[in-house]
Design a protein around this ligand. Structure first.
Ligand code: ZN
Length: 62
């Protein structure tokens, strides 16, 4: 069992994505929280993308 760092619920390891780079081998957030965060990030990226779309072409080169 492991406590999610986001919702602070104690859940079985199955509820956490495997994370080979972490010492524990598991993500510190449970699957539903990871999913939520991904959706939020997607929204942010979408907003960023749209903001960039509004810039004139010559300003878009990164
Ligand atoms: Zn969680």
């Amino acid at each position: 069992m492991k406590t999610c760092s986001k919702c602070h619920e104690v859940k079985p390891l199955d509820e956490f994505h495997a994370h080979p780079k972490k010492a524990e081998g598991r993500d510190h957030r449970c699957k539903p929280c990871t999913k939520e965060e991904r959706a939020a990030l997607r929204q942010q990226n979408l907003a960023l993308f749209r903001a960039r779309e509004l810039q004139p072409y010559h300003d878009r080169r990164a």
